[in-house]
Each structure stands twice: as structure tokens, then as C-alpha cells.
Ligand binder design. Sequence first.
Ligand SMILES: [Zn+2]
Length: 150
Amino acid sequence: MQSPPHLDEPPQPPLLRGPVHDECWSCGHAGAVPVRAHRLTSLVMVWVWSRRKALLCTDCARAELLDAQTHTLLLGWWGFPSVLLVPVVLLCNWNRLMAVRELPPPGPRDPFVVTAHPAPRGGQPLHRRPLVWLLPLGVLALVAYAAVVP
Ligand SMILES: [Zn+2]
């Protein structure tokens, strides 16, 4: 008795796959390195220090770290331990940003890798992110209001 013809064929590798080895988890480009980005969220007496570990290419790592900085600058200041914790989180991320700058640019991308982003994310610098300016401008507006209103 013969087996059905489809069982005699060698198994074909799947065409699409997730990132492996040194491919970026975000965009699939080669040359990814392990990155940890810290975020601090605080509200009065509660604070959450979260950490995201990922294998990212240089550009995606930069974007992830800048997103973490933006998050901490915007949402980290609203609790009691914030005065101590926010600078620590910002310095941790800043050190990693400086280390990522020294790494080579992302390598080529296998077209069969499936990721959330088809290209490295890059990320805008902090001074070009409108949300970063929200808190200092709000404090400035409060100070100006307090100076004007008797
Ligand atoms: Zn990437």
C-alpha cells in the first residue's frame, strides 16, 4: 500500500517566521543587541518602575529608550519619591542611549521575517517631542498665573 503523495514530499520550511538570533524584535533587521529601557510612573504614594528588555537594532533601541525617557518625564513626577527616582531612571536610560550611539547601524533584513514594523523606528529627539514640553510649560503657566493673580 502506498502512502498519499503529500506524505512523501519533504517538509517545506515555513515562508514567514519571527525574528531569530540577532534580528531586531521590532523591525527584523540584523545586528540587534539586548536593551533595557526603564519607565517610571508615579501618582501621590504609588509608583511603578517598569523595565522592558528586548533585542533591538540600534535605531529601534534608540526609539525605545527615547519613548521611555518621554514617559518618565511626563508621568514620573507625580508622586513623593519622584524627586529621587526620576533622575535615576533618566540617567539609566541616558547611559544606554550613549552606549547605543556607539553601535553600528542596523544590518540587512530577511524579507521573510514578520515583525511589527517593516523598518527601524528611529525616534524623534526629546526636544522635538511635544509631550516632553507639556510639564515644563504647565509649571511655567502656573508660576505666571500665581504671579499675576493676587
Ligand atoms: Zn529594529
